[in-house]
Structures are given as structure tokens and as C-alpha cells.
Design a protein around this ligand. Structure first.
Ligand SMILES: [Zn+2]
Ligand SMILES: [Zn+2]
Length: 280
């Protein structure tokens, strides 16, 4: 269990650049993993991932003791962040056939239609279920399932939150609870577009969208989880946070194809390079 926790922690930290605490236990005979941002016992939220009878994955977003400012902030998140959340929910429902019980102020809402969510959130809960999940996989890898499902769920919730860098010049930002910002989800390497990039990968996978190269199958474990993300529209022409739609504007590409795309300014279109290499 400890080894699995360490693997989950590694994979999620690599994916989101947020330090997590991961605990594993057995509850009613089923394995349960709990994931929480590691931040000075702020007790904001935790995500529990459990596998009922090894066939059904259940993920719960559990608000903790000091979650009130977090939930307030989530409700006040700009449209762009809410759209990203809705897109993540869409993946889980449409691509992964999950069921999402998304409840705000005791009212069940559609997680994909953020325009209909209540304006003010007093409380919030979310439960994601999917069964069967293991299918006929020979080896039922619990940690992998947690990384996969818990990872997408985490991306979904993090997309509504304020994620701030730990390496900041303002020390009061790290200690938190100062004026204006009453909570922190800290990141070791903050990137404005990080969640957009993670969303792109969650949706489109780790295979190069141009040549089909897969780092993991070529390099083995060392290449696992590696891919670059290309903005189809040149970044310099866009306001990253405001206008990127990861579903249509970003693609996963291998390092070679990425370099070739950028051999021209503005970059070649993915189709240009695909037609260049097709028929080889
Ligand atoms: Zn490629
Ligand atoms: Zn690029």
C-alpha cells in the first residue's frame, strides 16, 4: 500500500506540480486512496478514490474544515475556469462513461452546463462513479486506476481553484491567510496554462498527434507520461488564460514534430506536417 501511495503521489505531482499527500487504507474490504494538497494543514479538501468489489470506481470530493473560502472562490471562478471544469466533466461522462453527482447548495446540477450553476455556493459536493472499471484487464492495477481516474478528477477540481506558486517573492503568500487571499493551493512550478495542457493530455493522450510517436512504448518506463503540448495558434498572439480552448487549440506532439512545427513563424499547421509525412 505504501509503495502504491508513493507511486500515486509521484504521478499526480508530476502531472499538476502541486505537492499532494496520499494515504491508502482498506475500508469495508475495499482499497481506498485519499489525496489532499500538502499545505501546512490548511485542511481544504480531499479526494477519496475507492474501488468497490474491484469493479466500481467511486471518487468523492470532500470539503474539509477550512474549505469555506475555497468553495467561495470556486463559485467566483471566472467563466474560463468554469468552462475548463465543464470540459473535464464532459470527458468523464462522454469518454469514460462516468456518472457525476454534482451538488451545489443541495441542488443537483449539470457539471457540463456551468451557465446554469447557482451564483453563490454555500456548500458543494461531487461524486464520480463508474462501473465496471477494471474490465478484463489481466492485471488489475489499483494505483494506475487511481492515477488515471483520480488524476482527471483532480484536474477538474483544480481548474476551479486558485493555484499559486511556492516560489514567490512575497513570503506572506506562502504562509497564507493574509488579506485578500484566505487559502492557497500551492504549486512547485506554476504555469498559467498548466491545467489547459493537462486537460489536452487527459483528452488526447500521450501519443504524438502528428506522427503517432509514443514515448512510453519507445523508451519504456523512462518515457512514461511524457509528451509536449503545442498551441495551434501562436501563443504570442493570444491571451493564454482568456482564450485557449484546450479541446481545439492544443495538441500533444513529440519533440521532433514540435520542433518541425516551429521551423517557421508563424508555425506550420499540424495538417501541413501530417501531409508532409503521410505516405512514408
Ligand atoms: Zn511526432
Ligand atoms: Zn508549439
Amino acid at each position: 500500500m505504501n509503495e502504491e501511495c508513493a507511486r500515486i503521489k509521484n504521478a499526480l505531482e508530476q502531472a499538476y506540480d502541486v505537492p499532494f499527500e496520499v494515504n491508502g487504507s482498506i475500508q469495508d474490504g475495499d482499497p481506498l486512496f485519499e489525496i489532499a494538497p500538502e499545505n501546512d494543514s490548511q485542511e481544504l479538501f480531499r479526494l477519496s478514490v475507492t474501488f468497490k468489489n474491484a469493479t466500481r470506481v467511486i471518487i468523492n470530493f470532500i470539503p474539509e474544515k477550512y474549505s469555506a473560502p475555497l468553495i467561495k472562490d470556486m463559485s467566483e471562478a471566472p467563466q474560463e475556469k468554469k468552462r475548463l471544469f465543464a470540459q473535464y466533466a464532459g470527458i468523464l461522462i462522454k469518454e469514460r462513461f462516468a456518472q457525476i453527482d454534482f451538488v451545489i447548495n443541495g441542488i443537483k446540477c449539470n457539471p457540463c452546463v456551468f451557465e446554469d450553476w447557482p451564483v453563490e455556493w454555500r456548500d458543494f459536493s461531487c461524486r464520480i462513479t463508474r462501473s465496471p472499471v477494471a474490465g478484463d484487464d489481466e492485471e488489475f492495477k489499483l494505483a494506475d486506476l487511481t492515477i488515471d481516474w483520480g488524476g482527471i478528477a483532480l484536474g477538474m477540481f483544480l481548474s476551479l481553484m486558485n493555484v499559486v506558486p511556492t516560489t514567490t517573492d512575497a513570503p506572506e503568500l506562502v504562509t497564507g491567510h493574509t488579506e485578500g487571499k484566505s487559502y492557497q493551493v500551492v504549486s512547485t512550478r506554476y504555469e498559467r496554462s498548466l491545467l489547459n495542457r493537462k486537460f489536452c493530455i487527459a483528452l488526447k493522450g500521450y501519443t504524438c498527434a502528428i506522427c503517432g510517436f509514443d514515448f512510453c512504448s519507445f523508451y519504456g518506463d523512462v518515457g512514461e507520461g511524457f509528451i509536449e503540448v503545442h498551441h495551434i495558434e501562436p501563443v504570442s498572439l493570444m491571451d493564454i488564460e482568456k482564450t485557449i480552448n484546450p479541446e481545439t487549440d492544443l495538441i500533444p506532439v513529440c519533440s521532433n514534430c514540435h520542433s518541425i512545427l516551429h521551423r517557421r513563424t508563424p508555425p506550420y499547421s499540424p495538417e501541413d506536417i501530417i501531409s508532409l509525412i503521410s505516405g512514408r
